[in-house]
Design a protein around this ligand. Structure first.
Ligand code: GLA
Length: 390
């Protein structure tokens, strides 16, 4: 049975009828531009071939019933109960249900019609691995409620509504990158997004390289707290730098030269965080010309520099991510390796010469396991389309 047949089957068993619709929304991998989306910077993610699959139909009840196949848990809520983060029987919403509930809240806040629905969803995006499993859930439900509501918005607008759910309902002050990539992904392409203007375009992934994702299997802890602290440090740096550069609105507006001159006026920690952001935006600006020139070595070097900066300045790496990137860098065919996503655990992304990709993946998994005792998941990933009905 295919995954899709399975989901259809579980819907039938749960709700005693066929699903009216099916949709998928992918996770993402970020290739360059890490922790810069909330600083108005440039990012270069791709949607991946791992996704949340949802089967759904309008409900005849006033409440929505949702089954999370991976958790084997079912919840029921209405717009009124989610405002108190609870279900119709007054029990609290489990953590995973804050994503669909948050989407319902965000869409209703924007005045969009949100119908009660019966839905089941399953995901093969690993949770907490830096591949945006939560944005994929949010986008799947955004697309599902759009379908049932009979309204149509652009993928970017849908991404912004899902981001609002994450920021204001779930409480993580994330940027737009994850929901954008899950909404706007294009088969075979990298996505270059300007997080200030929200203009974006696709860049071809050179045909000679593969994207390899390596999951350390270490899961992040206390992420949202640490994430929000990083964001606050960037805001503090902007406030302090505005004394010298009154025209700046975000770290995006600070050149590397100005930063070098002014860093001494910042407290140590805010200075380190801001230096990462300023230099990472400069690195991401170089991505397009290097890819256009076919200079994959240069591109890989930018990825390696990004990892060092995330480790030493932004301090979001961990020993296992450092081990995984170190081993990758020593293997034949690897152009660049770095942690991807928010950090504190999860996955690395590797750019590898296509003809070496299989051998690279096997060797990386073997050596990582020998060094850490942890059995990693390593796989070659293909950029996929964004959220869609099927
Ligand atoms: C998380 C957030 C994104 C982005 C990355 C770091 O994935 O959701 O908005 O900030 O971390 O680049």
């Amino acid at each position: 049975m295919t995954r899709i047949d399975q989901i259809r089957q579980i819907f039938k068993e749960t709700f005693s009828c066929e699903p009216a619709y099916m949709a998928r929304a992918p996770g993402r991998v970020n290739i360059l531009g890490e922790h810069v989306d909330y600083n108005d910077g440039l990012v270069l993610p791709a949607a991946i071939d791992r996704a949340v699959y949802i089967a759904f139909a309008p409900a005849k009840t006033r409440h929505s019933s949702i089954l999370a196949v991976n958790m084997n848990q079912r919840v029921a809520f209405t717009p009124a109960t989610i405002s108190t983060r609870s279900q119709i029987d007054s029990t609290p919403l489990p953590d995973w249900a804050r994503y669909p509930a948050g989407v319902m809240w965000s869409l209703s806040e924007s005045g969009l019609k949100v119908c009660a629905m019966n839905a089941i969803f399953a995901s093969d995006v690993p949770i907490g691995a830096g591949l945006s499993s939560s944005a994929a859930v949010e986008m799947a439900f955004t697309v599902a409620w759009q379908t049932l509501g009979g309204w149509t918005l652009s993928p970017m607008r849908l991404a912004l509504l899902a981001q609002k759910a994450e920021n204001e309902y779930v409480g993580v002050k994330s940027g737009i990158m994850d929901q954008f990539a899950s909404a706007c992904g294009v088969e075979g392409k990298l996505l270059l997004l300007d997080c200030r203007s929200l203009e974006w375009k696709t860049l071809a992934l050179p045909s000679s390289v593969s994207i390899v994702i390596a999951d350390t299997t270490v899961r992040r802890k206390l992420t949202s707290g640490e994430y929000n602290k990083r964001r606050a440090a960037c805001e503090e740096a902007v406030r302090l730098l505005q004394q010298y550069l009154p025209e700046i609105e975000s770290l995006r507006d600070v050149s590397v030269e100005d930063f070098n001159r002014l860093e001494k006026n910042l407290p140590r920690e805010a200075g380190m965080r801001a230096r990462h952001v300023v230099e990472e935006i400069a690195r991401t600006r170089q991505a397009e010309p290097s890819l256009e020139a076919g200079d994959i070595r240069m591109f890989g070097k930018l990825m390696n520099e990004c990892h060092v900066s995330l480790r030493d300045l932004y301090e979001v790496s961990c020993p296992e991510l450092d081990t995984m990137t170190r081993i990758a860098g020593s293997l034949e065919g690897c152009y660049g390796a770095r942690l991807t996503g928010a950090g504190f655990g999860g996955c690395t992304v590797n750019l590898v010469e296509k003809s070496f990709a299989e051998k690279f993946s096997t060797a990386l998994a073997k050596r990582y396991e020998e060094e850490t005792g942890l059995a990693p998941q390593v796989y070659i990933s293909h950029p996929s389309n964004g959220a869609e009905m099927f």
